[in-house]
Design a protein around this ligand. Structure first.
Ligand code: OAD
Length: 256
């Protein structure tokens, strides 16, 4: 199927009032300049997750772990939301039953204007007390870029703080999982920019399909989800979503 036909098929499903859920991964931020995790230039090609993204790594060398997160925060701070983020922010206001579920920790959906989203893997802009000290909230926003000293310390107890992201070996937030589960009962479910390799996030695609959703993958490359969705759009998310939106706008302009 041509990309043009695929765009048309998705646009036809995005009728006013449809319950639309979009699951995003790092590919959605690729056009903004945020590195993905896998693939030729992916972060996990150059860095070892077990040295940087586990509680054990942090306990062993908090400074090293923070150097990596501080570097990523600086990189992300210099990036801007792209057309994919913009279109999704538009849809969030247009479709009353729209849900955005993201694996991304970069905050670019929020910067594009999405106020309510499910962050499965947390946020790189939040921190929490490593010792979960009594005086501190569970997590809080800290957008300091760069931190003047590493590792940064807890404003409540003076001990260490940790990045507000989910590390390997850690459970996902129960509330976020429950919300993502509910959002998987929808009319149209779009997985955009994810390798569909990391669970439980990847499980929401087949779950949505089993519950009757029309499932779509937006990704320039093949993934394990490709053969298990109703429609594949083999384009970058920033291109595909722009084309879908242009088609929707065309329809609404042409409508009486
Ligand atoms: P990955 O790096 O695993 O996959 C990125 C996907 O984006 C790949 O399938 C690419 O083909 C695709 N891609 C690249 N450019 C794109 C573009 N312009 N538009 C659309 N797609 C594009 O990233 P995730 O699937 O997000 O977890 O990875 C999932 C999780 O693994 C991350 O949240 C992170 C990582 O370990 C944690 O840190 C807990």
């Amino acid at each position: 199927m041509s990309a043009e036909t695929a765009i048309e098929r998705l646009a036809q499903r995005l009728i006013p009032g449809a319950a639309v859920t979009v699951l995003t991964g790092s590919g959605v931020s690729a056009a903004s300049g945020v590195p993905t995790f896998r693939g030729p230039e992916g972060l996990w090609r150059h860095f070892k997750p077990e040295e940087l993204a586990t509680p054990e790594a942090f306990a062993r060398d908090p400074r090293l772990v923070w150097e990596w997160y501080d570097w990523r925060r600086q990189k992300i701070a210099a990036c801007r939301p792209n057309r994919a983020h913009e279109v999704l922010a538009l849809w969030a206001t247009r479709y009353p039953r729209f849900s955005l579920v993201t694996q991304n920790v970069d905050g670019l959906h929020e910067r594009a204007g999405v106020a309510d989203l499910v962050r499965l893997h947390g946020s790189i802009w939040e921190v929490s007390c490593w010792n979960r000290c009594k005086g501190s909230p569970e997590r809080w926003l800290d957008e300091t870029v760069p931190f003047p000293t590493l590792p940064p310390t807890c404003r409540y107890c003076g001990g260490l703080i940790r990045p507000g992201v989910v590390w390997f070996g850690e459970p996902l937030d129960g509330d976020a999982l429950a919300r993502a589960d509910r959002a998987s009962s929808c009319d149209v479910f779009i997985a955009a920019g994810t390798s569909a390799l990391v669970y439980p996030a990847a499980a929401f695609v087949p779950l949505a399909r089993a519950r009757g959703a029309f499932t779509v993958e937006v990704n320039p490359d093949d993934t394990p989800a490709s053969g298990r969705v109703d429609l594949v759009i083999r384009l970058g998310a920033e291109v595909a979503l722009d084309l879908v939106e242009a088609r929707l706008q065309g329809t609404s302009t042409a409508a009486p």
